[in-house]
Design a protein around this ligand. Structure first.
Ligand code: HEM
Length: 453
């Protein structure tokens, strides 16, 4: 054999080997997918299923992120169903807006773990935080935190909420000389300032709570800040800035930002809705004005029982703009979800609150429109309570919901009493994106006018 023929043969051999390897890889992959799909056949044959591409499932259909919430909703309409299954990567997830299934998932101890697919990124930002922690750690932390979020504490914070609201009035007054302005950052600053003061004011000295991250982080941070300040005067500040200092600072920043962004979003969304619905704003102003004819007001807890229209406006705002648009849980053991569906351990059930709150099946043909009358007491009484869950439901619901409800109401009362809000942005042009908390694709600017009476 000539050297050139030998070289050609070698080359051919190498190519064959590569081809064989690729073939093996493809076959193994298909076998893996086949086994996976077979493994979950008892779910995927019982409810409508979106398969998507091998290995990534429907992940590619969920980008761009701008379309995410709308794409998730679209499958309910496409399949004319309230529960479907979607392959995400190599695992199926159940996506549901069925109130009976939501009731099972939020009240069963089998679903106390959060869905990994949604919470892994948060867990990376706030490792082992209460929002993502597994059931055994969570139970302990939740019990501890619950003792701090008691009625007495909330009542003691009301003067602080009033002070915060009045500070916001001063800031907004400066923008009341015409034109439309970006307000979200200003509102967020206000809610964050209130939150920091509220959290720092909590008596944290009681009880042994080595796992209570907020206390831990505050303690570490305060110690380090004190050391930092002391060392800095000697030009040695870097000695205090240990990894613990940065970790605590990161945790606090994330915790504060995420929890209180939800509050700021709720207030801002309330103002956006009022700006776009002048009749609703006027009716709300009359309710507020009848209780506080003077502008300089102090809202007490008792007052909050006398503003039923404000309750309706806020509930409707959180229906259309739930600050957390999507939540999910994960089965701990094999669990019965419905009479037909038995879920193997670790299967994730996603509840897109955004879709649930806008589903025509539960809210009628005008579900997408802003209408506070949806929360008239007699209308609420007729509705399944599991079609509305801005603070989630069950044992793992929002721990700060009462705090949020009070602070949001006090700020809105004080702002609506002092200003009239308008905008040229149209309701039908609003578009929402999921950034863990809900956000506006384009933030509407609002114009502020000082009330004369
Ligand atoms: C309008 C404001 C708020 C809304 C709409 C809201 C909504 C929610 C929702 C839907 C959940 C469930 C999340 C899930 O299952 O993944 C949740 C959980 C939670 N929220 Fe809120 N939230 C608000 C304000 C707050 C505030 C002010 C705090 C803190 C003071 C807070 C602290 C928490 C915590 C710690 C959890 C996790 C609870 C657990 O897993 O046991 N939230 N929130």
């Amino acid at each position: 054999m000539s050297p050139s023929t030998e070289k050609l043969d070698n080359c051919y051999c190498v190519q064959l080997r590569y081809l064989f390897l690729i073939l093996c890889l493809i076959l193994t992959s298909y076998f893996y997918i086949y086994i996976k799909r077979k493994q979950f056949k008892n779910i995927t044959t019982k409810i409508p299923t979106v398969v998507g591409l091998p290995f990534i499932g429907i992940a590619y259909k969920l980008i761009p992120i701008k379309r995410f919430l709308y794409r998730i909703s679209s499958y309910f309409e496409e399949f004319n169903t309230s529960t479907y299954c979607a392959w995400l990567g190599t695992y199926p997830v159940i996506v549901t807006i069925d109130p009976d299934i939501i009731k099972t998932v939020t009240s069963s101890p089998e679903f106390l773990n959060k869905a990994e697919v949604l919470y892994n990124p948060i867990d990376k930002a706030i490792p082992k935080g209460i929002i993502t922690s597994e059931v055994h750690t969570w139970k302990h932390n939740r019990k501890l935190i619950n003792t701090y979020f008691n009625n007495k504490l909330l009542m003691s914070l009301i003067p602080l909420f009033n002070r915060g609201a009045n500070t916001s009035v001063k800031r907004l007054s400066k923008l009341s000389n015409g034109g439309e302005h970006k307000l979200f950052d200003l509102i967020k600053r206000g809610t964050l300032e209130i939150a920091i003061e509220a959290t720092m004011g909590i008596d944290m000295s009681e009880g042994a709570c080595e796992n209570y991250e907020l206390i831990d982080s505050f303690t570490v941070l305060m110690e380090r800040i004190a050391k930092d300040a002391a060392c800095s005067t000697l030009g040695l500040g870097f000695l205090a800035r240990t990894p613990g200092y940065y970790k605590a600072r990161r945790f606090l920043r994330n915790y504060m930002n995420k929890s209180f962004e939800t509050v700021a979003t709720a207030i801002y969304s309330g103002l956006v809705m009022l700006s776009m619905h002048s009749d609703v704003q006027e009716k709300l102003f009359q309710e507020i004005h009848s209780i506080w004819p003077e502008k300089d007001i102090h809202v007490t807890y008792e007052h909050l029982k006398d503003v039923p229209y404000l309750d309706m406006v806020m509930s409707e705002t959180l229906r259309l703009m739930p600050s957390i648009p999507i939540v999910g849980r994960q089965a701990i053991h094999q669990t019965k979800l419905t009479s037909e569906l038995i879920l193997p351990p670790k299967i994730q059930v996603i509840v897109p609150i955004f879709s649930l709150h806008r589903a025509e099946t539960w809210w009628g043909p005008k579900a997408h429109l802003f209408n506070p009358e949806n929360f008239l007491p007699e209308t609420i009484a007729k509705r399944n309570p599991y079609v509305y869950m801005p603070f989630s439901k069950g044992a793992r619901n929002c721990i700060g919901w009462r705090y949020a409800e009070i602070v949001v109401r006090i700020l809105l009362i004080v702002l609506v009493r002092n200003f009239k809000f308008t905008t040229s942005f149209k309701y039908q042009d609003l578009h929402f994106v999921d950034h863990v908390s809900l956000w506006y694709d384009v933030e509407p600017n609002l114009s502020i006018e000082l009330r004369k009476i």
